[in-house]
Ligand binder design. Structure first.
Ligand code: DAH
Length: 340
């Protein structure tokens, strides 16, 4: 085999191998094998010594041409392999961001639940304990026993869902007071909570919302006890510096009755959009228990007297957390609910 044939053979072998390399590591090994310091070209250059003076430059030129051709092929292969590797990597790391997550969502306590828990916790420190009652009540417990007789205009205060002629979806948690008065020993300090229903729905009213109710029946209960209890509650629940005020009002089951306001917890009384720039915000109703309610439940009046109060829980949540629209609460949108 002539030295030229040998050169051709190295060229052909190298071409074939370079083109068959499957990754850049392999390619590098081949580059070393052919073009490196101890590679096949170095060997053939040694043999060049045997050539004549005239032939040496001719052969040397040929060797350089072959080397250049191989280097070119090497570079092309290198680029191709690099591209492939990147494509492979992109394929293996492909992330479909539109796929639904497989992670299990962690739930969160609903603000209505959080507010209820906190109200119960604050008032339990004054000796109150929680009672529940049915969502479907008889006309008697929802209205009559609370001094709201049939055909009385006071029934219009609460737009009612009727189940049938004698039963309603309770319009408030006040019936829980009556159940306790009928069944339990005096003195009593109770809270009643749960869902209530009214056919009424707009930006600040929900047809199904939650209330919490307090009732204290004891000896010599006065308006001062009621005011003290609610002021304590407001300071503990909303913030220590906030004042409470009573405005005269009317509820059939209390006499006298009051609408309860507290200084707006968002602006601390300075005026903002939540309190409509008044600095005050209504949180519920209250009053001394109407003797008619006590007597209907066979409680000896005036030996025993009492006060009661009722708050809307969604409303409390809106005020406490500065929620812009009460209708967000029953929506069950997790990204909203998880903020609390
Ligand atoms: N039951 C009333 C309502 O739903 C709220 C209320 C007012 C409850 C005064 C009370 C009370 O216990 O004393 O509008």
């Amino acid at each position: 085999m002539t030295i030229y044939e040998k050169l051709q053979e190295i060229h052909d072998k190298a071409m074939k191998q370079l083109n068959s390399a499957t990754n850049r590591d392999e390619l590098y090994q081949m580059k070393v094998q052919y073009l490196g310091k101890t590679g096949e070209f170095t060997e053939i250059m040694k043999e060049m010594a045997k050539l004549s003076k005239e032939e040496k430059p001719v052969f040397g030129k040929k060797v350089n041409e072959v080397k250049q051709a191989l280097e070119q092929i090497h570079d092309q292969c290198f680029e191709r392999l690099k591209k492939n590797e990147i494509l492979e990597q992109m394929k293996s790391e492909y992330l479909d961001l539109s796929l639904p997550s497989t992670a299990k969502g962690v739930g969160a306590a609903h603000p209505v639940y959080l507010v209820t828990e906190e109200i119960v916790q604050v008032l339990s420190r004054l000796g109150y304990s929680l009672r529940l009652g049915p969502s479907i009540e008889s006309d008697y417990y929802n209205f009559e026993a609370l001094n709201i007789p049939k055909n009385h205009p006071a029934r219009d205060m609460q737009d009612t869902f009727f189940v049938d002629d004698t039963q309603v979806l309770r319009t408030h948690t006040s019936p829980i007071q009556i159940h306790a008065l009928e069944k339990e020993e005096l003195p009593l300090r109770i809270l009643g909570t749960g869902p209530v229903f009214r056919c009424d729905s707009d930006i600040s009213h929900l047809p199904n919302f939650h209330q919490i109710e307090g009732m204290c029946v004891d000896k010599k209960i006065s308006m001062a006890d009621l005011k003290g209890t609610i002021s304590f509650f407001v300071r503990e629940f909303f913030g220590s510096e906030l004042k409470t005020r009573f405005r005269p009002s009317f509820f059939p089951f209390t006499e006298p009755s009051a609408e309860v306001d507290c200084q707006c917890p968002i602006c601390k009384g300075a005026g903002c959009s939540l309190c409509k720039q008044t600095g005050w915000i209504e949180i519920g109703g209250a009053g001394l228990m109407n003797p008619k309610v006590l007597q209907a439940a066979k409680i000896k009046y005036p030996e025993w007297t009492g006060f009661a109060f009722g708050f809307g829980i969604e409303r409390m949540a809106v005020i406490k957390y500065g929620i812009p629209d009460i209708r967000l609460l029953p929506e069950n949108n997790l990204s909203f609910l998880k903020q609390f």
